[in-house]
Design a protein around this ligand. Sequence first.
Ligand code: NAD
Ligand code: UFG
Length: 344
Amino acid sequence: MILVTGGAGYIGSHTCVELLNAGFDITVFDNFCNSNPEALARVERISGRKMGLIEGDCRDHASLVAALKKCKANAVIHFAGLKAVGESVAQPLSYYDNNVVGTLRLLQAMQECDVKTLVFSSSATVYGDPVQLPLTEDHPLAPTNPYGRSKLMVEEILRDLHHSDNTLRISILRYFNPVGAHASGLIGEDPQGIPNNLMPFVAQVAVGRREALSVWGNDYPTPDGTGVRDYIHVVDLAHGHLKALEALEASQSAQVNKSGQCLIVNLGTGLGYSVLDVVQAFEKASGRSIPYRIAPRRPGDIASCYADPKRAFALLDWKAKLGLEEMCASSWHWQCTNPKGYQS
Ligand code: NAD
Ligand code: UFG
């Protein structure tokens, strides 16, 4: 049984589908601060399987212990956390509380319940402004905002914890830019208010909810002057979690001395696309035009960021399969069938 914290969220719900499809039994632990229980009903519809649900907060140690015991979890995938960079600058305490204290409570509860396997959602944001590209896992870590620092703090806690108990099996996954939606059109990204991220904003422009996209800067040292990112299809990302879990389980059965591991792996495609590449691909996928205007750079943005994904292939046998076309097509399908997200 796997406890999936934050399983009702964007990446969590897609991962739940793949876990259920692969035959895992799962229980979601979520406080729904940035998600809707409807997502979980749809996960069950897509997979044709049931899962457990415990409504609770990761900062509440007692609820976590009760949840781990109730579902007899032998592994945890930890998605729960806050993720908006700008909000983290305005409300750092809330980010350190949810992301760092929440994870600390979870680790204490896991220790108490003797659960030794963890997959953790980290982010490419821990690298900060790239010194060299593509970003390998041993690139220096220098996040530039409280959100990124909260992820780095957790990574350091996990490394220290593994050092103290090398029977633990931990996978730290550094996601690049997750986009897209499940092919069914039943689950997808459902941002509250005005989207901060490019793909959901573009999708809302295409569907007529917003007038035009602001392109934050066209004077970066990139081929067309706009920011370059490594967009990764959320379904590929979900598969990466299964592969990480399988790799940890394999290490458990293979090693007679019961020694665990602490893997740190990038989940990206290795390809960089500019803002205008995304606009063009989305226009093609949707058959709609995406009006845009060039606006000043967004403070804190970097020019380019893309992964070296070799380690994920070597250690997890994982590689992204879906391209920008599928990312835009699935986002568009989700947007059209659910113009107001889960409220539709
Ligand atoms: P999301 O907001 O859609 O999902 C997070 C889920 O966690 C939500 O269901 C929310 O209700 C829940 N949650 C938050 N705080 C909680 C708490 N204290 N207790 C219980 N539940 C709580 O976000 P997502 O895009 O699915 O991201 C999942 C994880 O991946 C996050 O940790 C995020 O930081 C990380 N990540 C996301 C991105 C991205 O661009 N989406 C990139 C890199 C890393
Ligand atoms: N952009 C625009 N207009 C918009 C939104 C974005 O031009 O309305 C541009 C940005 O300037 C950037 C690119 O589109 O060049 C991507 O921006 P996003 O906001 O979609 O993504 P970021 O790379 O800024 O950050 C995302 C997540 C972070 C995560 C990081 C990991 O928001 O949480 O990816 O690489 F840490």
